[in-house]
Design a protein around this ligand. Sequence first.
Ligand code: NAD
Ligand code: TDX
Length: 333
Amino acid sequence: MHRIVVTGGAGFIGSNFVRYALGAYPDVHIVNVDKLTYAGNLDNLKDLDPARHTFVHADIANAEAMAKAMDGCDAVVNFAADSHVDRSIMEASDFIATNVKGVHNILEAAKKLGTKRVLLVSTDEVYGSIAKGSFKETDPVGPRNPYSASKAGGELLGLSYFHTFGVPVTITRGSNTYGPYQYPEKVLPLFVTNAIDGEPLPLYGDGKNVRDWLFVEDHCRGIDHALRHGAPGEIYNIAGENERENIVLTTKILQETGRDESLIKPVTDRPGHDRRYSIDASKLRALGWEPRMNWDDGIALTIRWYRDNEWWWRKIKSGEFREYYKRQYGQRG
Ligand code: NAD
Ligand code: TDX
């Protein structure tokens, strides 16, 4: 694979993926299509070699722009999405426009151009909540919030294009991802940056919801592995195999930032808050992938990155984010 279109490559996981792919494959050229929503950030791409990385400012729902970007490429990897559950609860239209209609547009372009590989980056959230055990790829989807429902919609369209038109679509479902360049609306960078500033950490409900934490580079390697070694028409779970209650994550962040538990602020729960996510990654493991980062090192490295890169997140937290924070947390008590 020489020429890969990455969509949403100015966001958190997409920008880490571009950096990973350019480092791992000296002959690869990335065409990065991003609409630059509030979550897209050219600061995430500052250090990339312009000779091997072309940025295209466009919406994945724009048929002409996608056909142009994808013409002559070997693969397209779709990261572009509206990605925050709480925002989808406030207003879901953008989620449908990008995560369903935008994906449909990529599938149409791939069908017309005969693109050799289409990888749709999806999420463990499409399965819904599980009390015990872990979901396998053969389990039915059961999304329970507008974000995860829109992601399941995009996936199902993708599989339909594989079965009906032979478009070579592969899907990955990753766990909660953490690491450098994550927009500070998500719990981990929000709590780390609030803790650095001595601000309260708004913990939803009883704090006992469980998430599986996957380091961003492990997620990127997993996506790349599924792209190169996975099969069209197949789904691959990418797990961190590192489940933690939110209160445990919160306490760890406080310890690592030298703060005490008085900063924890229990607030009204998220509506429809999924209790526990857990996925079984043995299918991708059987192809030779495994998560490499352990929790203590991953958290320490991530917190160090936020400490060393205040220029990156202070700019974000003083912009649109302030209004969002007021709307999201003002009513929560
Ligand atoms: P993010 O919100 O940080 O980045 C999304 C990027 O997509 C931004 O750069 C944004 O500008 C761009 N974008 C949004 N709408 C677009 C459009 N219509 N056209 C072009 N670009 C558009 O998201 P993320 O956390 O990096 O997630 C990336 C992908 O991984 C998403 O598909 C998400 O569903 C999936 N995922 C995320 C996680 C996680 O924990 N963050 C876990 C599993 C799967
Ligand atoms: O302020 C908060 N307080 C809190 O207790 C926030 C923002 C979250 N939480 C809780 C809710 C969840 O149980 O922390 C947990 C993680 O929340 P998020 O960071 O919002 O992630 P989540 O809702 O689990 O979804 C994430 O993982 C799957 C990503 O946002 C999705 O893009 C991905 O698909």
